[in-house]
Write a protein that binds this ligand. Structure first.
Ligand code: C5P
Length: 238
């Protein structure tokens, strides 16, 4: 089991590196471009997500994983002076995160943040890092589940109804002590989120309250919602 050594200030010091998986095809969105490159309010989701990480003021470096053919073109889509490195992702999301982790050797803490959660408030990012600095090995933002959830068999027949009060919907950024995430990625399994791999190590994953604005832009309806949110912000800011 890893020992988490606080520094003299009682905080867990060291660089925070954010990995941004942006190499998905995003077929559910139905757009021509890979999802992270689809604009919301005129700015590609990836640019918005990176801007949010920078605005949080707690991230030292950002490593972005994109489709191999877009590595060259991506820098032009980022905010000026973004402390970012752009690398090729892989076939599955876990392959993309593993590829980025290989460049995060200097990290004491790692955030993994989906480009598709483009409107994530900087405050949520800062709260995840505060938990890591306080010594948590793994931190995920969560929201209560509003729908009743069923498990089904391959024929679509319901096999169970888990107790909704014990379920949470998980967002990003997910935060980890770097050595914990590296150990999780030594195993070849696939998972839909990074905490899923960390759980298999037997490390406690702590939850903090998420934010509805950190929703994942997945479907055309999500895209319209994101446009409306940004539009509302511009109106409010006038
Ligand atoms: O497909 P899903 O919505 O779960 O993807 C979540 C995030 O993972 C997206 O930002 C997507 O670009 C990224 N991803 C990736 N590499 C893949 C598949 C997904 O970086 N091969």
């Amino acid at each position: 089991m890893t020992v988490y050594e606080p520094d003299g200030s009682g905080r867990n010091a060291g660089p925070v590196i954010a990995l941004v998986p942006a190499a998905g095809r995003g077929e559910r969105l139905g757009a021509d471009a890979p999802k992270a490159f689809v604009p919301v309010g005129g700015i590609p989701m990836l640019g918005l997500a990176v801007g949010g990480l920078m605005a949080a003021g707690v991230v030292d470096e950002i490593i972005i994983m994109v489709p191999a053919q877009l590595v060259e073109a991506t820098a032009a889509l980022l905010p000026p002076a973004a402390p970012a490195r752009i690398v090729a992702g892989g076939a599955e999301r876990t392959d993309s995160v593993r590829a980025g982790l290989a460049y995060a050797g200097a990290a004491a803490h790692v955030l993994v943040h989906d480009a598709a959660r483009a409107l994530t408030p900087p405050d949520l990012i800062a709260r995840v890092v505060a938990e890591l600095r306080a010594g948590r090995p793994a931190v995920v933002p969560v929201l209560p589940v509003v729908d009743t959830v069923k498990s089904v068999d391959p024929a679509g027949i319901v096999t169970g109804t888990p107790d909704r009060s014990a379920l949470r919907a998980v967002q990003t950024p997910q935060g980890f002590a770097a050595d914990v995430l590296r150990r999780a990625y030594e195993h070849p399994e696939s998972a839909t989120d990074d905490a899923g791999l960390v759980e298999r190590l037997g490390v406690d994953v702590h939850t903090i309250p998420g934010d509805p604005l950190a929703f994942k832009i997945t479907t055309p309806l999500d895209l319209r919602l994101a446009e409306a949110v940004l539009d509302g912000k511009q109106v409010a800011g006038r």
